[in-house]
Design a protein around this ligand. Sequence first.
Ligand code: GRF
Length: 205
Amino acid sequence: MTTIGILISGRGSNMLAILDAIEEGQIPARVGCVISNVPDAAGLAAAQARGIDAIALDHRGLTREAHDRRMHAELVERDVDLVCLAGYMRLLSPFFIRSYPNRILNIHPSLLPAFPGLAAQRQALDYGVKVTGCTVHVVDEELDHGPIVLQRTVDVLDDDTEASLSARILVEEHAAYPEAVRLFASGLVRVDGRSVVRVDASAAG
Ligand code: GRF
C-alpha cells in the first residue's frame, strides 16, 4: 500500500481533504507523517489531532538542501513513497526532487501554466481572466511546472475579490487533490514526458 508524506507550511485544509478521503476509503493509502517547516502551523496541530505523526522541522538557519535532507530522512524512516505538497511554501532542492522522481505532487490555485508563483488568485484578477481554477501537478525542478495530473475550473465573477475567488477555488482544490492522490496511489496513471496518462489496465502484467 502507498505511504504518503504530506508537507505543509500553513492551515492545511488540502491536507485535511486528503486525510478525509483516506478515512472514507477513497484512497488506498496511509499517511506516514505530516511535516511542517513552520513549527506553529495550524495544519500541524490539526494533523496531530487526527492521530497523524506530525513533525515540525524549522528550516531557519539551514541551507535548503540541509533542511530537505532532514525531511528526507523522516520520510525514508516511515517508508514514504508518495510526497504531497499541500501549501508547502518553500522551493525544494534538486536533491529532494531527484529522491522522488515523479512521486511528488503539488496543488496550485490557478490553471497552470497561467499564473505560477505566489498570489495566483490575485494574478488572475489583475489579468482579468474570466476562468481560472486549480491544478494538481507532478513536481519537477522548475517552479509550478511539472506534468499536469488534473485541473478544475472556476468562473471569475465581476465582483470577485481575492478572498471570494480564493474561497471558490479552494472548494475545487479539496475535490481535485484527493482525486489526484487516488490516481497515483492506485497506480492508475503514469507520467509520459509532459503528460500524465491513464495506465492501460488490460496491457498490465
Ligand atoms: C492552497 O491554495 C494551495 O493551492 C496553495 O496553498 C494553499 C494552501 O492552503 N499551494 P491549505 O494550507 O491547504 O489550506
